[in-house]
Ligand binder design. Structure first.
Ligand code: NI
Length: 194
C-alpha cells in the first residue's frame, strides 16, 4: 500500500515539474527523496511514509514555480489517496519547514521536517550543488563570478545548519568537495601578471 502511494507521488511530482530543467525540477525532487530516505534509515523514530511523501511533495507548492496557496498541490495529491487527515497534516507541516526563505534558522518542529530539510539542503552542496548553482546562474543571466559569490553567501554555510547526524556526516563530505573546487577555481582565475 505504501509503495503504491509513494509511486503515485513520484508520478505526480514528475508531471508537476515537467519541462523544468534549472536544477529545481523532478530530478531534484527525486534526489531529495533518496537522500531523505537515507537519513531516515539512521532515524528509527521517524515516520517513513511522512518523510517519503514530504520529500516527494516538498517543492510541489514552491512559490517560485507555482502560484498556489496552503499547499494546494500537495493537498490535491494527498486528498486523492487513502491517507488520514492527521498524516496529511504532518506531511504538510514537514513540507512547510523546508523552505530556506520562509524559515531561515527556525528549527522544524517535526523530526520528519528536519530530515527533509536536511535532504533539500544537501542537494544544494557538493558536486550537485556546484552544477545547480551554475545552471541556475546561467538561466538568470548571471556571470560565473556572481555564481561563485553564491557559494560564499549561502552554500558554504549550509553544513553547519543540518539537524540530523547523518546529514551532518554527508554535508561534511560535500562541503570539502566544494572547498576543493573553490581553491582550484581561484588558482585557475588568479591574475597571471604578477
Ligand atoms: Ni527543494
Amino acid at each position: 500500500m505504501q509503495k503504491k502511494i509513494i509511486n503515485d507521488a513520484m508520478e505526480y511530482a514528475r508531471l508537476l515539474f515537467r519541462g523544468n530543467s534549472d536544477g529545481h525540477g523532478f530530478d531534484h525532487t527525486l534526489r531529495v527523496y533518496r537522500t531523505a530516505m537515507e537519513i531516515a534509515d539512521s532515524e528509527p523514530d521517524c515516520d517513513r511514509l511522512v518523510v517519503a511523501l514530504a520529500a516527494l511533495l516538498h517543492d510541489a507548492d514552491d512559490y517560485k514555480l507555482f502560484k498556489t496557496e496552503n499547499n494546494a498541490n500537495a493537498r490535491a495529491f494527498l486528498d486523492s489517496q487513502d491517507i488520514d487527515r492527521d498524516t496529511a497534516d504532518r506531511i504538510c507541516t514537514a513540507i512547510n519547514a523546508v523552505s530556506f526563505s520562509r524559515n531561515r534558522d527556525r528549527c522544524p518542529e517535526l523530526l520528519e521536517g528536519k530530515i527533509v530539510r536536511d535532504a533539500d539542503r544537501l542537494d544544494a552542496i557538493g558536486a550537485i550543488g556546484i552544477a545547480r548553482t551554475f545552471a541556475y546562474g546561467g538561466k538568470h543571466g548571471r556571470t560565473l563570478d556572481s555564481s561563485i559569490g553564491h557559494f560564499h553567501e549561502k552554500l558554504l554555510l549550509l553544513k553547519d545548519m543540518m539537524h540530523t547526524d547523518k546529514a551532518r556526516e554527508l554535508a561534511g563530505i560535500r562541503h570539502a568537495y566544494m572547498e576543493d573546487f573553490l581553491l582550484e577555481w581561484e588558482k585557475e582565475t588568479a591574475g597571471k601578471d604578477d
